[in-house]
Design a binder for this molecule. Structure first.
Ligand code: HAM
Length: 436
């Protein structure tokens, strides 16, 4: 029968790659803990309307990338393509925004029906941060400082550039949209197909078109900075001063507009040239109107999300390498199946008494020779052996596996636990006493 394969763009993560990912995630979590951010978990599935209204009808995500289906009662549901809208819903539903500020983070898979390539998947994982209730630019700077600390922790700070822009208040953004439309409409038939489609629905997105002819047409486009109102300009200027105070380098890129509709004021992307076409490792910005748009009271919000696959690829290429996975310490085996229960119990008692030890118990049957072969192949430093005699006497035989012909010794379990309590002897140490 034909084997069933994984779904295109939804990759498996095998043990070595997963060990690397876990290491990256642990480092990120350590930084988040230092900043005192609280963790939340949203469901993978939300009402479709949440994204249509939150992310925006005119965005690529909502227009053509969502996994949307009807459940058995006919309700339209969507696998979340991003986390911000769900996080706002969670906060509103549970009263987290009532007269309080929040600094939250989440992690998990997102789903977008995009064309898969290196660094771009249909199921990918994001770690995201969202803060609510902070109108001033200090939190914008805190979030960018948090990102910079992530990169330092992972050793990739040199490989990432912070690209920063402001879209201004909703009014500034609307004024700019009008100016841009007035400029682009007469040029419509010279625009690429995607940009023509975006012209009336989402003209700001044309600014980050990758098509060279379109970019050339944009050379004389009106400047967003010229449409900023006083308060928007002041917010951005203050943020830039804070970034200087934090010694975080950045470039202002007026073409950063982001692909989701909810942004106002600050927007940013951390980009790298090390990953080919999918160079945006992290993106985010302020979304002061989103809570209200989703039915809540006006509440300022700001956040970002990073793609963990892209970040891990970058760490592999540039970053600090995680320490080699520690080899197994102990492999427990009975000489035959009769004493499997004693072997399992021995493994369990060792793990409970010495939690720092890694202990595996032989579970795959076979003759004594095959069992020793498995013990050797496991990479463990010691085999703990239970035969007829050991079980009868209440002892265990300890055989060093990585010390040449070091002798096997016999121990009672309490004596062995005592002996190993301060850690295993250094590999070259002799360990040959027989204790009963
Ligand atoms: P986004 O720019 O759509 O923003 O995604 C953030 C990051 O997720 C990207 O920079 C990229 O690293 C990663 N990413 C996106 N799509 C894919 C994909 N198909 N395959 C692999 N990685 C991908 C958001 O999602 C916003 N919710 C961020 C945010 C939070 N803004 C404010 N708060």
């Amino acid at each position: 029968m034909a084997k069933i394969q994984s779904i295109r763009g939804m990759p498996d993560v095998l043990p070595d790659a997963s060990a690397m990912r876990l290491w990256v995630e642990d480092r990120l979590k350590a930084v988040l803990a230092r900043y005192g951010y609280a963790h939340v978990r949203m469901p993978l599935v939300e009402a479709t309307a949440l994204f249509a209204r939150g992310v925006g009808d005119g965005t690529d995500i909502v227009e053509k990338e969502m996994y949307t289906f009807e459940d058995r009662s006919g309700e339209s549901l969507t696998l979340r393509p991003e986390g911000t809208a769900g996080c706002v819903r969670l906060c509103e539903e549970h009263g987290l925004l009532y007269n309080q500020t929040q600094r939250l983070w989440y992690q998990g898979p997102m789903f977008r029906y995009e064309r898969p390539q290196k660094g771009r998947y249909r199921q990918f994982e994001q770690l995201g941060v969202e803060c609510f209730g902070f109108p001033g630019p200090a939190i914008d700077a805190e979030l960018l400082g948090l990102c910079a600390d992530f990169w330092r922790e992972l050793g990739v700070q040199e490989a990432l550039t912070l690209e920063l822009n402001t879209l201004g208040s909703p009014e500034s953004r609307a004024a700019y949209r009008d100016a841009l439309l007035a400029y682009l409409r007469p040029l419509a038939d010279q625009l690429d197909e995607d940009s023509q489609r975006r012209l009336e629905r989402n003209p700001l997105r044309i600014l980050d078109s990758k098509v060279p002819e379109t970019q050339a047409l944009l050379a004389d486009a009106p400047d967003l900075a010229a449409c900023l109102d006083e308060a928007s300009r002041a917010h951005f200027d203050a943020l830039r001063r804070y970034l200087d105070a934090l010694a975080i380098p950045y470039v202002v890129n007026p073409r950063i507009v982001r692909g989701l509709d909810y942004y106002t004021h600050t927007v940013f992307e951390w980009t790298t040239t090390a990953l080919g076409a999918q160079g945006t490792v992290c993106g985010g910005g302020r979304y002061d109107g989103l809570v209200e748009r989703l039915g809540g009271r006006p509440t300022p919000g700001i956040g970002f999300a990073m793609g963990l696959e892209r970040l891990t690829l970058l760490v592999e290429a540039h970053g600090a390498a995680p320490a080699e996975a520690a080899p197994l310490d102990v492999y427990v085996l009975a000489l035959d199946e009769t004493h499997s229960a004693e072997a399992l119990a021995l493994g369990q008692r060792l793990r409970q008494a010495l939690p720092a030890l890694t202990v595996q118990v032989h579970c795959s049957g076979g003759k004594a020779k095959a069992r020793f072969k498995k013990a050797d192949a496991s990479g463990a430093r010691y085999a703990l052996i239970l035969g007829e005699t050991e079980v009868a006497e209440g002892t265990v035989a300890v055989k060093p596996l990585r010390e040449g012909d070091a002798a096997q010794t016999t121990w009672t379990l309490p004596a062995l636990i005592d002996h190993w309590r301060e850690g295993l002897p250094s590999p070259s140490g002799t360990d040959v006493a027989t204790r009963r």
